[in-house]
Write a protein of this length. Structure first.
Length: 276
């Protein structure tokens, strides 16, 4: 999806758009429980706000050719991912409390500072490696990660305040770009409970159509790849937003099937053990 410079602009545009939306929220909305179990809407915004201080220095160092761990941090990819995510939840809550009533102002300040970090990125920098606690990633993947954080967490906010929020179609391709290199196998492994490996094909429809396979199970780390002539064991038909929500645990396969959001064909018995 697009060039690195186009993604830099997309981060800037989406950050500003979300900032305008946040201005419209009432005090009651800020205190509403979000789609993230541990967070109110205000905590989600605090999490997005704190990203510039978590990730900005890593990107700056990566641009200079240094992808090593910062002082005091473990090597990339070392440690318990689940424990790290639990810790991140409390970090956002504590950060929100430290901001008092200035969460929106802090968000807008952070997005301007993040824009300044990414403004230094050139097309030739796309494959430079940067530190991330979950694993070393490229500049382009950091851009995809920021886009994903913005759009998925915007949905976390809107879904608690609106009946049927839609994710930004402009950003969905960048989110899909990130799945094979950072998400599937790390955060999403549908075959973790499967003794034998299976190939799941996702036929995506809507504004961002595509066809992708996730191979999982058999004690191996799940991988995602473009669909090929390899025969899938089960085929899942859904729109791209539903796929994103499934991968990020905002929607269970069982509920998606009951609600008619995902249609499964092939070996439907595999859905019994499909999990993240």
């Amino acid at each position: 999806m697009g060039s690195v410079l186009e993604k830099v602009q997309l981060v800037k545009d989406e950050s500003a758009r979300i900032g305008e939306y946040l201005k419209t929220l009432s005090p009651e909305a800020w205190a509403t429980q979000s789609a993230c179990d541990a967070w109110q809407v205000s905590d989600v915004v605090a999490h997005l706000t704190g990203a510039v201080d978590r990730f900005g220095p890593n990107i700056v160092r990566g641009l200079a050719g240094d992808g090593s761990a910062p002082e005091g941090m473990p090597p990339a990819g070392v440690g318990d991912m689940a424990a790290r995510l639990r810790a991140n939840a409390q970090v956002a809550i504590d950060f929100k409390e430290s901001l008092g009533g200035e969460i929106l102002a802090a968000y807008n300040d952070s997005r301007v500072r993040f824009d300044a970090v990414f403004a230094e990125v050139k097309e030739a920098d796309k494959d430079k490696f940067c530190y991330h606690a979950a694993g070393t990633i490229s500049i382009e993947t950091y851009l995809n990660l920021r886009i994903t954080e913005l759009i998925v967490h915007e949905w976390d906010i809107r879904s608690s305040l609106e009946a049927a929020p839609e994710m930004s179609a402009e950003s969905l391709p960048a989110i899909i770009d990130m799945f094979p290199v950072f998400v599937v196998g790390r955060l999403f492994d549908p075959g973790a409970k499967m003794a034998a490996a299976a190939r799941f094909r996702f036929e995506l429809t809507g504004s961002v159509p595509g066809s992708y396979d996730i191979v999982a199970g058999g004690g191996q780390m799940a991988i995602m790849e473009s669909a090929s002539d390899k025969r899938p064991d089960a085929i899942f038909g859904c729109d791209t937003q539903t796929f994103v929500l499934l991968v990020y645990g905002r929607l269970s396969l069982e509920k998606a099937m009951v609600d008619g959001l995902i249609v499964v064909s092939g070996d439907t018995s595999l859905t019994a053990n499909f999990g993240s």
